[in-house]
Design a binder for this molecule. Sequence first.
Ligand code: 6R9
Length: 652
Amino acid sequence: MSSVEAVARHPIPEGFTKAHVTPEDYKARYAESLSDPDGFWGREGKRLDWIKPYTKVKDTDFTLGQVSIKWFEDGVLNACVNCVDRHLPKRAKQTAIIFEPDDPDQPAQHITYAELSEKVNRFANVLLSQGVMRGDRVVIYLPMIPEAAYAMLACARIGAIHSIVFAGFSPDALANRINDCGAKLVITSDTAARGGRKTALKSNTDAALLHCSDRVRCLVVKHTGDQTTWVQGRDVDVKYLMEHASPDCPARPMGAEDPLFILYTSGSTGKPKGVVHTTGGYLAYASMTHQYTFDYQDGDVFWCTADVGWVTGHSYIVYGPLANGATTLMFEGVPTYPDAGRFWAVCEKHKVTQFYTAPTAIRSLMGQGPEWVEKYDLSSLRILGSVGEPINPEAWVWYDKHVGKGKCPIVDTFWQTETGGHMITSLPYAIETKPGAATLPFFGVRPEVLDASTGAVQEGNPAEGVLAIADSWPGQMRTLWGDHQRFEEAYFSQYPGYYFTGDGCRRDEDGYYWITGRVDDVINVSGHRMGTAEIESALVAHPKVAEAAVVGYPHDLKGQGIYAYVTVMNDVMPSEDLRKDLETWVRTEIGPIAKPDLIQWAPGLPKTRSGKIMRRILRKIAENDYGSLGDTSTLADPSVVNELIENRMNRA
Ligand code: 6R9
């Protein structure tokens, strides 16, 4: 047995009677999910409570020019009722949300389903009192506090569409999103506390709202109690209004295909894309993947360390777990505050059973040494998860050995904002793992490896190419907000008949899928997805910058780092001050996560005669792999390449 195989097997522990899926089940049910999607999903859809049951299950078409995706389309339901009300008869006193604050000396909160119901109803009444109606958009710009979940569920209750903007984004990024979706209202807090530091969310919102319609109202959660400015007639104190609101708010019956939320994500062109998820299919898929992938059982304490500002937080902190009547943990802080043992301290304190995090966090904690993990009792842990980027085998093995003590199956879950839930993942006790492989497709998911240039389906194993999906699944996005044509172009035009993920992929001799990273101009920095075009347009907006090209390069901790080639204006001299200035500039234009790691001054950029920047070459130089630049004969001026190689910034 090789060392890799030695860590790959995680037998069912003694005393553990039943996993949701067994190896035999997986094979049989997967086959059925492809051969009879209507039958399979017709049954799975019943995991939700429907006000009016659906009679149709799947109605989907991937044909370019007429892409249309509908699931359970004549069913009527309410997502909030499915996450809250329906659990009350059995689980009123059970904890729905454990809130662990940034400061470990502050008490944790245990919010029961009864309390959650009351808060959400009150919050929904506050939204109604502010004139929010069915179909209206509400932007949520909040830290990781219970009010973020209340706000999401309150929107769902009254049929408003929420769009969460990650609290690390800048005022400009916030304003763009408020404007793109035409939000009526934005919900924020005074400040946010993370890692002992404060972010001024309300003042960021004030700055953003200068660029928005003056009809946009602002609900403020007074969370830290820090002083903020107050605009009379526009700003509203949510907690105060909640106290005075009725704890009863009727839930609106919604069509299965009514939008539940919009979530902006990066694409390969500049403007962020407003990914639209609808109610029935998304919720059924989030619930099912949460239950099966994490083998969630009654009494478990589930912890996903993502932020609700990303899709992982939507599906696996809020919607999936709560639809399943689970106990979900929400953590306000960061892995390294007050020290590198915080994650493990929280696992011990709340007896976490499933722990779901990103490879970048594992790598950085790995660097601090195993003694931080060993200080804590992690015997409650049963399942470990990874998401956001490919996990390197070293990190996988460390996670398995030091956190899971060799006993916890690791689920490496490949999926995207667009897919709503897991697409390729192992299932505990049903699919054997291999360090670094996402393994096999989830029920109903039909992956294909295509030749990147011809689009030909790569039959047999092993195979290598790009990853596309041949048929729809209920959690799939339905459109881009206000731009169905861009939706078709971005996802269905490259390989007609397929949903294209934008990821490269390898299938090994056992049919296991290994995701190799993005093949488009999207980079993945610490599990955060960014379009190089967004960073470029921020850079060229600087008065001293003439041109910029941004690529990713391998980074030990972050997975990928941001490498920017910058051409300055004719009369400008590059300097250290300008470099610092550009870093700060990008932070304020987009947010701290977009700050370039390396900036190289480029007198010229390699371009084709038609003026297209040859990114392939820039990527190679950034990777310090300039020996194999390939064909440069189509360049307008091949000499710029030598100059770029000579002054390259990454020599690792
Ligand atoms: C859920 C989420 C999506 C992109 C995706 C891929 C990368 C996510 C992965 C993974 C390898 C995994 N990705 N999970 N790559 N293995 N387990 O992260 O959504 O922010 O939209 O990013 O992340 O490149 O295309 P999102």
